[in-house]
Ligand binder design. Structure first.
Ligand code: ADP
Length: 563
């Protein structure tokens, strides 16, 4: 039943109760009033008329008006005959009255009148008693009926009072509980109402909504699961090793490459505290180090691979929610690099012989015994010599570099004096310096201890410093070569007053093939300083630079002093 119908019925019932009670009460009161009126009119008035007639009869002899008064009351009585037998009595009164009219002293007529009036009075008094009883009966029956009706209606109303609020409040309670459940994302919640009213419709609509939300939630979940597996597939198919950690450094995921590299199975690491794993796994320990290593050489699956370790901090808005370590596989680049180094080594080695013979031929041509040359020919020969020298320098640098790259540096470490190294180097560049009218000053600290070094390689480095100084300093400037003691070390340095190097490039000039941008000498290879570093570091030394743009540079290296 619809709620509207229920409310209409409930209120309608109350209206009916009021109408029934009202109508019944009014009818009962009217009936009682009718009874009272009838008693008054039918019987009481008769008693009054009869009384008046008796009084008038007392005064018939002395009062002439009494006769008329008697007759008036008799006329009224004649019109108010209501009880059975009353008519006969009244006719008798009329007959006796007619006799009295003729003879006022007729005692027989007077006695007859009294007797008849008495008879009428008795009849009416009896009727009054009877009607009083019947009025009382009707009042009692009305009271009984009203009590019955009241009891029935009260019972119905009581039942309504007990049940009707529940009809409205119960579904509302269920609905609000359902809405709270939905608000708490419990989309499986349903409302079961058996009633077929507006609340039933509301519950149905609610259930449909919950179902849709449930479907949406599940389809979202399915989509998220699909996306997750797709990302997992992407991560797993990568050639780089990837390991993810949460903000508490617990392992969240790792791909198969990472699995085989660190030698641990996924199920043994997921959810584990990474520093705990690092205790028994070297690679993990290396990866967790704060300073990522430039390059990692890893033996896995029976072959050597190269990786660079990159740590990415994962942030959500401002909050750090974890880290991802990517071990980028650079083995193919390594292989290419090796091929390149081998190629350079081969080419530069092969070039050395023809260049040397070009130099030799040029020197022979320069000999007057071979023949005289004019000035133009001499200039051409000069430039052939210069270019051959430069070519030889480049090829020897390339060869050195390829030796460095393949780890083939052959060192002949022996005790040496700084002074010897300096003299050898200065001598080698003296000619070049003179061509630019430059002066090379040497300053060797007294009682300098010796050092353990490969003479040839160390001199090569110093020559490279000096060649650069000559190249990047103006003509007729001074180059200072110093050898000094720095704590337990012997330090050899070359200072020039040339163009200097911008501070931002200082960290890079020792990198292979690096040339300061916009720098003026195009002919260099960018390899000299890189080879120098390798040579010095291979001997356990330390290479350094100090430079200020426009003021000049100071390149040097330190070796442990012989105790
Ligand atoms: P290159 O053969 O090009 O000189 P190097 O490795 O010897 O290669 O030097 C690397 C770069 O460092 C040079 O290209 C040059 O720009 C810069 N450089 C080296 N020495 C000096 C110096 N004394 N003064 C200024 N710049 C220098």
């Amino acid at each position: 039943m619809r709620l509207k119908t229920k409310l209409t019925l409930g209120i309608g019932f109350l209206f009916l109760v009021i109408v029934v009670f009202g109508v019944f009460g009014i009818i009962s009161i009217h009936r009682l009033k009718g009874d009272a009126d009838r008693v008054l009119k039918n019987n009481y008035e008769t008693l009054v008329y009869n009384n008046n007639m008796l009084k008038a009869m007392e005064h018939l002899r002395s009062d002439s008006l009494a006769l008329r008064l008697f007759e008036n009351n008799l006329l009224l009585q004649e019109k108010n005959i209501t009880e059975p037998g009353e008519k006969d009595g009244t006719i008798l009164v009329r007959q006796y009255f007619e006799q009295l009219r003729i003879n006022r002293n007729d005692s027989v007529a007077q006695a007859g009148i009294r007797q008849s009036i008495q008879l009428i009075n008795d009849l009416n008094q009896e009727a009054i008693l009877h009607k009083n009883q019947s009025a009382r009966d009707s009042a009692e029956s009305a009271a009984t009926w009203m009590t019955i009706i009241f009891t029935i209606l009260a019972l119905i109303a009581f039942t309504l009072v007990l049940n009707f609020p529940g009809v409205i409040s119960n579904p509302i309670r269920q609905l609000s509980a359902g809405i709270s459940a939905i608000a708490n994302k419990n989309y499986s919640r349903r409302i079961h109402l058996s009633q077929k009213d507006e609340f039933g419709d509301l519950a149905n609509a609610f259930n449909i909504m919950a179902e849709k939300l449930d479907e949406y939630e599940h389809s979202n979940l399915a989509r998220i699961k699909f996306e997750k597996s797709r990302i997992e597939a992407v991560i797993n198919n990568m050639r780089d090793a990837i390991i993810g950690f949460d903000e508490k450094r617990q392992v969240l995921f790792l791909n198969s490459v990472a699995e085989s590299l660190i030698g641990l199975r996924e199920k043994d690491v997921i959810g584990k505290y990474a520093p705990d794993l690092a205790l028994r796994n070297d690679l993990m320990r290396t990866l967790l180090q704060d300073e990522p290593r430039a390059e990692l050489e890893i033996f896995a699956d029976g072959k050597k691979s190269y990786f660079v370790n990159e740590r990415i901090e994962v942030r959500n808005e401002e909050e750090r929610i974890g880290d991802v370590i990517v071990l980028r596989n650079i083995t193919p680049f390594h292989e290419l690099d090796e091929a390149k180094t081998n190629f350079i080594a081969t080419v530069s080695h092969e070039l050395k012989t023809p260049i040397s013979s070009i130099k030799m031929s040029a020197r022979l041509l320069d000999d007057a015994r071979v023949g005289n040359m004019n000035k133009e020919q001499q200039e051409l020969l000069h430039s052939i010599k210069d270019d051959a020298d430069r070519l030889l320098k480049i090829t020897s640098e390339l060869l050195n570099m390829s030796q460095v790259e393949t780890g083939n540096i052959q060192l002949k470490i022996q005790a040496a004096a700084a002074e010897d190294i300096i003299q050898h180097a200065v001598q080698a560049v003296q000619f070049q310096a003179q061509q630019k009218q430059m002066i090379i000053k040497t300053d060797i600290a007294p009682a300098l201890p010796g050092l353990m070094a490969d003479m040839e390689k160390t001199s090569w480095v110093l020559i490279n410093f000096l060649t650069n100084a000559i190249r990047y300093a103006p003509e007729a400037s001074v180059i200072e070569v110093t050898a000094s003691r720095k704590n337990e070390k012997v330090s050899i340095a070359v200072r020039d007053h040339g163009i200097g190097i911008d501070e931002k490039y200082l960290t890079r000039i020792f990198d292979r093939y690096y040339k300061v941008p916009g720098n003026y000498e195009k002919s260099g290879t960018g390899l000299g300083l890189a080879i120098s570093r390798e040579f010095i570091e291979a001997q356990g030394g330390n290479i350094w630079v100090e430079s200020r743009i426009g003021e000049g540079s100071r390149f040097g290296f330190d070796f442990p002093a012989i105790a």
